[in-house]
Design a protein around this ligand. Structure first.
Ligand SMILES: Cc1cc2nc3c(=O)[nH]c(=O)nc-3n(C[C@H](O)[C@H](O)[C@H](O)COP(=O)(O)OP(=O)(O)OC[C@H]3O[C@@H](n4cnc5c(N)ncnc54)[C@H](O)[C@@H]3O)c2cc1C
Length: 319
């Protein structure tokens, strides 16, 4: 890219795009543009994203973009970048965003900073911090020039207000993808995603077998909570779906109440839940690191403590 200037933000989730717009406003680095890609007239998204500070909305509409498949999305964003010539492309670190950001950077032959914290801009260069070595250290990084950056979800408030940005229609040459979308599975109605949950009850390796996880059912339903898990239970053992994993390589949650059951409290897990308002831990090892991070701790066997807690809550809540 040549003569890059300004910021372009993109997420496949409009709610996340609003968070990125707030970040773009804070950076005060020239034009703040938004990419909207998908199929149909995209008018709903354009209206939703026409908020304070947005100067341009670049729209690519094409039927190949309806399935949110990586390759056509990267094609579309590449076309937007050659039109908008941004210096910084900020992408929300959704699952899809994490996939497309490095691919886009490779296409544009520019740098990529993933999961950037404390992003700043000076003299056209981006500097940020990143958790490295499994979350045990913070690295400071500075771009040499134009860069793609991914931002963890919920790091910024959603932008508000209204504006009348220029809407620029971009035509993109979308090559057919080798991946075909065979079907979509909707989340059951009324089921809250873990990142939006007000109460999360998470299970860890303290559970001896998969069937024992049903011990948490009563607690979860009494509290109207969403169940989460540590990594051993998701990607290692496959007892819990991966989208329920809390932590560095999972989802970051910020509930009002987080209950960690049989979780030791390794840094990679803490990274994903330490902004919870109140943390309760149940663990039979009094030296478990989670006890350094919790507001209330129960040192004891989870197989006894969980039913006791459930009974006490039911009698308090009258349910
Ligand atoms: C790059 C990288 C990314 C990672 N990302 C993540 C991530 O996103 N999320 C994540 O969770 N981890 C992640 N990990 C893994 C992380 O390092 C830990 O291994 C993991 O968090 C440990 O999970 P745990 O606490 O459930 O298991 P353990 O560390 O094995 O802890 C089990 C705990 O249960 C307690 N316990 C045992 N029996 C009972 C009982 N009967 N009653 C009560 N307590 C009991 C034990 O005392 C122990 O404290 C990552 C690691 C790396 C290297």
């Amino acid at each position: 890219m040549s003569q890059q200037q300004g910021i372009l933000v993109y997420s496949d989730l409009p709610e996340v795009t609003l968070e990125l717009i707030t970040l773009g406003q804070k950076l005060r680095a020239g034009n703040l543009s938004v990419a909207v890609i998908g199929s149909g007239d995209l008018q709903d998204q354009i209206s939703k994203l026409s908020v304070d500070g947005v100067t341009n909305i670049y729209k690519v509409s094409n039927d190949s973009l309806s399935g949110f498949i990586g390759k056509p999305m990267v094609d579309a964003l590449e076309a937007v970048c050659s039109e908008a010539k941004p210096n910084v492309i900020i992408v929300g670190a959704t699952r899809r965003g994490r996939e497309i950001a490095p691919r886009l950077a490779t296409r544009l032959k520019i740098g990529c900073i993933t999961d950037a914290l404390n992003l700043e801009m000076a003299n056209g260069k981006v500097s940020a911090e990143r958790l490295v070595w499994g979350g045990n250290a913070l690295a400071s990084v500075t771009s040499k020039g134009a860069t793609v950056v991914t931002i963890p979800l919920h790091s910024n408030q959603k932008a508000t207000g209204s504006a009348q940005p220029n809407v620029v229609e971009v035509s993109a040459n979308l090559n057919p993808s080798k991946v075909k979308l065979l079907g979509k599975k909707e989340r059951p109605q009324g089921q809250v995603s873990i990142k939006d949950a007000e109460i999360v009850v998470s299970a860890g390796r303290g559970f001896k077998k998969k069937e024992d996880l049903s011990l948490l059912d009563g607690l979860v339903s009494t509290l109207h909570a969403v169940m989460g898990a540590s990594r051993p239970l998701t990607s290692d053992l496959g007892w819990v779906p991966e989208e329920r994993q809390v932590g560095l390589s999972g989802t970051t949650v910020k509930p009002k109440l987080y209950i960690a059951v049989g979780i030791s409290g390794q840094i990679q897990h803490l990274t994903g839940m330490r902004d919870s308002k109140v943390v309760v831990a149940i663990n039979n090892d009094k030296n478990a690191p989670i006890f350094q991070e919790c507001d209330y701790g129960v040192v004891g066997d989870l197989y006894a403590a969980v039913p006791t807690l459930e009974k006490a809550l039911k009698s308090q809540l009258g349910s």
